[in-house]
Ligand binder design. Structure first.
Ligand SMILES: CC(C)(COP(=O)(O)OP(=O)(O)OC[C@H]1O[C@@H](n2cnc3c(N)ncnc32)[C@H](O)[C@@H]1OP(=O)(O)O)[C@@H](O)C(=O)NCCC(=O)NCCS
Length: 225
């Protein structure tokens, strides 16, 4: 659990656990990866290789960093405790279905962070990612006291563009050859949101409001002839 903050003082107590309902009513839980998740994590990643590969971050140079799952979990925990990232697994009905990762947390005169995410193909289209981003985004703004959240998306990733649209992020324009994805440097559109954009609202409230017209579209009976 975490302590809510006053002013710009930062107290992050790790591990955290966040939970909420998607606009479709599915309960999701965000929590750190644990060493015992190894088997499930790799099974999920294996089943979704083709789904994830076009959007997965890759290393531009060969790295000597350990690929052991336990080392990855330990590194994530160390960064989280240092207050520079918030790496969370997404759970639906007790199953691991994705990740939402807050990185590049900068303070000084910036107080900003970058959010990345993925879910399995099996649960796509159920508003899980927008809800996960809203939950962790509210945590970053309220508990960590951050001022700005940024999300970078390849222009051809229409599913991910839908996520920022559903949360009302602003389009800040194109960044040429910005991130190394799927083996090469790729252009990205940068989206952002500041506390001023929310004007006192939470991201979860905003998501609920912005989701209403789409949900009506999907659930309304067809108009009578
Ligand atoms: C992008 C991604 C995270 C969206 O997550 P999600 O939880 O499905 O998000 P949503 O439920 O809001 O759906 C977003 C869009 O996905 C598309 N979508 C919906 N159902 C889908 C399905 N069964 N299969 C593929 N795409 C689907 C739709 O375009 C939808 O937008 P819409 O609701 O306006 O029609 C997910 O598609 C994913 O993990 N993709 C692979 C990894 C990736 O792209 N990561 C992000 C890199 S920036």
């Amino acid at each position: 659990m975490f302590k809510w903050l006053r002013g710009t003082e930062v107290h992050q107590t790790w591990p955290i656990r966040l939970h909420g309902l998607t606009p479709l009513g599915d309960p999701i839980v965000l929590r750190p990866l644990r060493v015992v998740d190894e088997r499930e994590f790799f099974a999920v990643r294996r089943t979704n290789v083709e789904w994830l590969a076009p959007w997965d971050a890759t290393a531009p140079r060969p790295s000597s960093a350990s690929r052991r799952f336990a080392d990855m979990v330990a590194a994530q925990e160390e960064e989280a405790r240092a207050g520079v990232s918030v790496p969370l697994a997404i759970e639906l009905d007790g199953a691991l279905v994705g990740q939402v990762n807050v990185s590049n947390i900068a303070r000084g005169s910036l107080w900003s962070c970058v959010v990345g995410y993925w879910v399995t193909e099996q649960v796509a289209g159920r508003w899980i990612t927008p809800t996960a981003v809203a939950l962790v985004g509210d945590y970053c703004l309220a508990a960590l006291g951050l001022h700005r959240i940024e999300i970078n998306i390849r222009p051809e990733n229409t599913a991910s563009l839908a996520v920022v649209r559903k949360l009302g992020f602003r389009d800040e324009g194109m960044r040429r050859k910005y991130l190394h994805i799927d083996g090469d440097w790729r252009d990205h559109r940068s989206f952002a949101l500041t506390t001023e954009d929310l004007a006192g609202q939470t991201l979860m409230t905003r998501l609920t409001q912005l989701s209403q017209p789409s949900l009506w579209r999907h659930t309304d009976p067809a108009p009578r002839a």
